[in-house]
Write a protein that binds this ligand. Structure first.
Ligand SMILES: CC(C)(COP(=O)(O)OP(=O)(O)OC[C@H]1O[C@@H](n2cnc3c(N)ncnc32)[C@H](O)[C@@H]1OP(=O)(O)O)[C@@H](O)C(=O)NCCC(=O)NCCS
Length: 205
């Protein structure tokens, strides 16, 4: 099946939430792991669609979205927007952790709720050089075909066009495949990176 990269459209929203959920635990499926399958997308995907959809690019198979890259150009501005526009609704929808699933990952539901309420976690030390950040996820059927590289290239070009010097990202240290991918693309580990919270960056040039 032919896979194509294109700009995000509003009708892609549910598919993007689904891809986020199914790649959320070190690249693997998080379905049923938290009390509410909406939680992961509400923290790691949907805010990006609401904030700046022009920096969202998707991979489609002609029927549905099977992958995406989500970007923000200015993380400081995004944090302010999140505090004002996203955190209040999120906190109202998810006031406390739901009943335990018995299958909860190391990144607990309590920490996930905290991440939704507190955007300051995104204020990394290297924002002057790498003001943008991204999330990228592809379903297994779309992996290993050069599409991750294409998505990162497309986002870097869009950021470069806006005069943004660099883009960073964080990832789960147990996601060794993601680390190998980022290193292969030329991302470098940033000074404030730690073994438990790796942080990589790359220039847009
Ligand atoms: C990680 C991910 C985005 C990579 O995208 P991809 O389309 O599979 O990767 P590509 O095919 O574009 O690979 C680009 C390069 O990285 C290398 N690479 C990709 N995955 C790799 C891996 N697991 N180990 C070693 N190298 C890898 C490829 O060999 C390729 O090298 P080349 O271009 O020199 O031939 C994708 O596999 C994915 O979404 N995985 C699940 C979700 C996830 O982990 N997201 C990241 C969360 S931080």
């Amino acid at each position: 099946m032919t896979l194509l990269v294109r700009q995000y459209q509003p009708a892609d929203r549910d598919d993007i939430a689904d891809v986020c959920l199914r790649t959320a635990i070190a690249g693997g499926d998080a379905s049923g792991r938290y009390s509410d399958d909406a939680l992961m997308p509400e923290v790691f995907a949907l805010p990006y669609l609401a904030y700046d959809p022009s920096l969202v690019f998707v991979v489609t198979n002609g029927h549905r979205v099977v992958g995406y890259v989500l970007g923000v150009a200015d993380t400081r501005d995004f944090v302010e927007w999140w505090r004002r526009e996203w955190a209040p609704g999120f906190a109202a929808r998810h006031p406390r952790p739901g009943p335990p699933t018995g299958r909860e990952p190391a990144f607990t539901e309590a920490r996930l709720l905290e991440a939704g309420r507190d955007p300051d976690r995104m204020l990394v030390a290297e924002l002057d050089e790498y003001p943008a950040h991204l999330h990228i996820d592809l379903l297994p059927e779309a992996q290993g075909q050069g599409l991750g590289r294409r998505l990162v290239d497309v986002l870097r070009a869009a950021l470069r066009g806006r005069g943004v010097p660099g883009v960073h990202l964080g990832f789960d240290p147990s996601n060794t495949g993601a680390r190998a991918f980022y290193e292969r693309l030329g991302f470098v580990e940033l000074p404030s990176s730690t073994p438990t919270a790796p942080l990589f960056g790359i220039s847009t040039g």
